[in-house]
Design a protein around this ligand. Structure first.
Ligand code: 13P
Length: 257
């Protein structure tokens, strides 16, 4: 299998401009000392994208955005378009539950943003996941299938291959409460099965699937080795350079090529 694992740090709205530069520099310093067969991206807030993209030149680190507006230009106060960031980023998170909830992004909207990013050569990291309530109501599979089907029916084979899908159970985000590796394994299987049904098994194996939600260096191994995820999407721990570095190192160690 010729795919590389991916570790993405979603910095959310946690860092001042100055701290963002410091966190990046500290991480870069550690990364320089080691060589990992891992794609590593950090996703700062919009105001820091340009400066951090400059720092990232000639390093092993890559940069992503946390969201994007679905239109390319227009009178959308407070929004940022793909054209405005495409010189700085190679990744962009879409459909994060915090955005879905706040901005009421539907599955269709998420699929639209995914396609828009792909036309600009940016890798979309599409988040899916169920709420605590849906989990208790045993609606997880139904909810995930809806999100997965909506995405894969909007993409052709080549586009899907370039897309990364991140399973982030909403109840696991920032809570320290996590699914066990079997549960995540089942979701990875569900996504691959769906891709296989619409396309084929080869594509299903090659699409990179991530797990996200309370990932730390001491629990990441189970999601890579046990659940078969191709990487992780990290929130809280990603703003601490040492913790994030340890996560990258553990992903590299546990990923079976
Ligand atoms: P935490 O790692 O803080 O749980 O956040 C996960 C997340 O939302 C990443 O996108």
């Amino acid at each position: 299998m010729d795919k590389r694992p991916v570790v993405v740090g979603n910095w959310k709205m946690e860092l001042s401009h100055k701290s963002a530069l410091e966190v990046f520099s500290a991480l870069e310093k550690m990364m320089k000392e080691k060589e990992f067969e891992v794609d590593v991206a950090v996703c700062p807030s919009f105001p820091a994208l340009h400066a951090i993209a400059d720092l990232a030149k000639h390093t092993s680190l890559t940069i992503g955005a946390q969201n994007i507006h679905e239109e390319d230009r227009g009178a959308y106060t407070g929004s940022v378009s793909v054209s405005q960031i495409k010189d700085f980023v190679s990744w962009c998170i879409v459909g994060h539950s915090e955005v879905r909830q706040r901005e009421h992004d539907s599955d269709e909207m998420v699929a639209m943003k995914t396609r828009l990013l792909l036309t600009h050569g940016i890798t979309p990291i599409v988040c899916i996941g169920e709420t605590q309530e849906q989990r208790f109501d045993e609606q997880t599979t139904r909810v995930l299938l809806q999100q997965i089907d909506s995405l894969i029916s909007a993409l052709d084979r080549v586009s899907l291959l370039k897309t990364v899908i991140a399973y982030e159970p909403i109840w696991a985000i920032g809570t320290g409460e996590m699914p066990d590796s079997n549960e995540v394994y089942e979701v990875m299987l569900l996504i691959r099965k769906r891709i296989s049904q619409k396309f084929d098994g080869d594509l299903a194996d090659r699409v990179r699937l991530l797990y996200g939600g309370s990932v730390k260096s001491d629990n990441v191994g189970q999601y890579i080795a046990g659940a078969g995820a191709d990487g992780v999407l990290v929130g809280g721990a990603s703003i601490h350079p040492r913790d994030f570095f340890e996560i990258i190192s553990n992903v590299s160690k546990h990923y079976a090529r």
